[in-house]
Design a protein around this ligand. Structure first.
Ligand SMILES: Cc1ncc(COP(=O)(O)O)c(C=O)c1O
Length: 390
């Protein structure tokens, strides 16, 4: 089982805190945005005498509420087309275990959310990466590149839209090209859409569930974690019009008995969140993104394409090795007692030696903190012993 590249620098961060440093945490996707009041109130108001298991597929009322949420955004879904899961994480596990056998292959554009490696390992599935490049802002490779990788063992393509860690948002045309490919080769298209609400600059998010002809091939991974900034409630879902996929996932769901009851209460209440919440949160993320991307690109030798969604950016740094640099930031550097924690991007690639000069930055702090974090990075890059430009 691979270690999470996002968490492996934690011991160095703990030592830095013990040494009295303040750390700007840009390394994990834990937003500081407040959870909607309606969800918090529902947790406060819980007064049953027993916290019971729920149905393995989740509360029926919640599933119906979720189906309604999808219908409101143009996705025609019935409540029995989805299973409530313990976060998007469990939905990913269900999807891989239900659609792929031991030894089967899944093609994933890299860099990708690092835990896809761990979930694939758990499911006995081999990840076949297809590289995207910072030079063209991580856009989808030519379809012929995908076709070169398809073997008799290939069962699925997994995309993240908008993407963690690149912030890339797929166009309708790109999704249609992928649709034609998966239909041609009879594959599944698994789309992790947990950042659906975070698409910026007027760009529209297209769900694979809206693509005509893809009904039997499309599987969506969803979560309340980022949408409502409530990562700790541990509630997500797997959605598919393919009855066999849902029936197989249901066997895994029954084996783990039930998704979290209190989390579902929060999730169901969160469905009532006012549209203004998302407008405010999106505006906040856009403001942060602009501060971050502008600030980083002003630093000599740094390249950071502007993300179109989610709340992450990949930056290329003028350093020998981004992992060494990230560790050194914690161990060997501070600017007036402050430093920054970033996630080395090599862990988001599955091809060896890719992304070694890149870091992933999560813009989950307010603009003032981001500005201070950028000042730290700027100062650090000027004195880092492994700096590659003089
Ligand atoms: C792309 C992506 N998918 C899935 C998850 C899993 O989130 P959760 O299990 O909290 O829903 C995350 C969490 O950061 C993520 O970034």
């Amino acid at each position: 089982m691979p270690a999470s590249p996002i968490r492996k620098l934690v011991p160095f961060a703990e030592a830095a805190v013990k040494a009295g440093k303040h750390i700007y945490h840009l390394n994990i996707g834990q937003p500081d945005i407040e959870t909607p009041e309606v969800a918090l109130e529902a947790i406060h108001d819980f007064n049953d005498k027993v916290v019971e298991y729920s149905h393995s597929a989740g509360f029926e009322s919640y599933r119906k509420g979720l189906a309604n949420y999808y219908q409101n955004i143009g996705i025609v879904i019935n409540y029995d087309d989805l299973i409530v899961t313990t976060g998007g994480s469990e939905a990913l596990l269900f999807a891989l275990n239900s659609c792929l056998d031991n030894g089967d292959e899944i093609i994933i554009p890299e860099p990708f959310y690092a835990n896809y490696n761990g979930f694939s390992t758990s499911a006995g599935v081999t990840v076949i990466p297809i590289s995207t490049s910072i030079d063209d802002a991580f856009s989808l490779p030519e379809i012929s590149e995908f076709e070169k990788l398809i073997t008799p063992k290939t069962k699925a393509i997994l995309i993240c839209n908008p993407a963690n860690p690149t912030g890339y948002l797929y166009s309708k045309q790109e999704l249609e090209t992928l649709r034609d490919l998966v239909i041609k080769h009879d594959l599944f298209l698994i789309a992790d859409e947990v950042y659906r609400e975070f698409s910026y600059d007027g760009e529209v998010h297209y769900s694979v569930l809206t693509l005509e002809g893809l009904e039997q091939h499309a599987i969506v991974i969803d979560s309340t974690s980022k949408r409502y900034s409530m990562c700790g409630v541990r509630v997500g879902c797997i959605v598919s019009k393919n009855k066999e996929v849902i029936a197989t996932s249901m066997k895994f769901a029954q084996a783990r008995l039930s998704p979290p009851a209190l989390g579902q209460i929060a999730g169901e209440a969160a469905l009532k969140t006012d549209a203004s919440y998302f407008e405010e949160v999106s505006a906040e993320y856009v403001g942060r993104r602009d501060v971050l991307v502008e600030g980083l690109n002003k630093i000599e030798g740094v390249i950071c394409p502007k993300p179109k969604g989610a709340f992450y950016a990949i930056a290329q740094l003028p350093v020998d090795d981004a992992e060494k640099f990230a560790q050194w930031l914690l161990e060997g550097f501070d600017l007036n007692g402050e430093t920054v924690m970033v996630a080395p991007a090599s862990g988001f690639y599955s091809t060896p030696n890719k992304g070694t000069k890149q870091v992933r930055i999560a813009y989950v702090l307010n603009r003032e903190s981001l500005q201070k974090a950028i000042a730290c990075l700027d100062a650090a890059l000027k004195v880092y012993p492994g700096r590659t430009i003089q």
